[in-house]
Design a protein. Structure first.
Length: 314
């Protein structure tokens, strides 16, 4: 909604432009803040350790040098980075009296968060396609998913992420922010920033719901088709052991996909999302901290190869 400034005698609006933003974070007294700080710190530590462990295991163990683990290593790298774009700053703000973030700092945070989260969405699609190729045509798989193909696919996910990020960040920061500089969130994200803008945000909302909706629907479509084929192929397998192994690899991927897209959909792909910021903050904690922490656990606990690799390295 537009908040108009007081009118001057000559009838012009007085507009105040802010240099800095304030990240209001979560409501509550010192005890609440301390508890949340402990929760955030724990989630972030486990995220860093878990994802670093995955990256190390996959890099050091020659038996894990296959396309599936190449993508998994990239997923861990993305999780590590995008939780690091948000968590350290959020942790510092819990006990900061001012909670100030500069205009440039805010734009930078939004840019990298958007870049990494969008890249992850695309990467989850690529991983589903990889599982489909592995199970649907196992004999041609080493050729169809050669190293250069995998590298190009990963680069493609970053290009897609970069494109969305440039659009969202530039369109958001082209808006005039003159009604208030207090962001009702714990990091710089598009919905809470749109609430502060005093220009018309219709195009921005359209871009947010349109692009994020397209990405989510597109990637989900790729994943569903891949898994449709995978399921049919698995059910045709003769050996029960083969079926179990295929289902367990795919099961972990599906778990990760459902968590990620479910929360992202709630936050960005439905027009009512911008109104309820309190609920939005809780959902945000989920995909900025909980999911990056869960991904390595989902993939390593459900995965025999990773468990054996960990034992060998241990």
């Amino acid at each position: 909604g537009l908040r108009l400034m007081p009118l001057h005698r000559n009838g012009n609006l007085s507009v105040v432009y802010f240099q800095d933003f304030v990240l209001e974070g979560f409501k509550g007294g010192l005890e609440t803040q301390a508890l949340l700080f402990a929760v955030f710190l724990t989630l972030y530590m486990v995220t860093v350790l878990g994802n670093l462990a995955m990256i190390m295991v996959i890099t050091l163990d020659a038996r894990l040098h296959s396309p599936m683990y190449f993508f998994l290593k990239n997923l861990s790298f993305l999780d590590l980075c995008y939780s690091s774009v948000i968590a350290p700053n959020a942790l510092a703000n819990f006990f900061s009296p001012s909670k100030v973030i500069t205009f440039a700092g805010c734009a930078t945070q939004l840019f990298f968060f958007s870049l990494l989260a969008t890249t992850e969405a695309f990467l989850l699609g690529v991983m589903a396609y990889d599982r489909f190729m592995a199970i649907y045509s196992p004999l041609r798989y080493p050729i169809t998913m050669g190293h250069s193909v995998c590298t190009r696919l990963v680069l493609g996910t970053y290009c897609g992420g970069c494109l969305n990020s440039v659009v969202q960040t530039s369109f958001t920061f082209l808006l005039p922010f003159c009604s208030s500089n207090r962001i009702n969130h714990f990091f710089c994200d598009v919905p809470p920033l749109l609430q502060l803008a005093c220009g018309n945000t219709a195009i921005n909302e359209l871009l947010l719901f349109g692009i994020c909706g397209l990405i989510i629907v597109g990637v989900t479509f790729v994943i569903l088709i891949s898994y449709g084929y995978i399921t049919v192929t698995i059910l045709r397998m003769r050996s029960a052991a083969g079926r179990r192994k295929a289902f367990s690899t795919c099961g972990s991927h599906m778990t990760a996909v459902t968590l990620f897209f479910g929360t992202v959909f709630v936050m960005y792909a439905q027009p009512g999302a911008i109104e309820s910021m309190e609920q939005g903050k809780v959902v945000s904690v989920f995909y900025t901290l909980v999911i990056p922490m869960l991904n390595p656990l989902i993939y390593s606990l459900r995965n025999k190869d990773v468990k054996e690799a960990l034992q060998r390295l241990g």
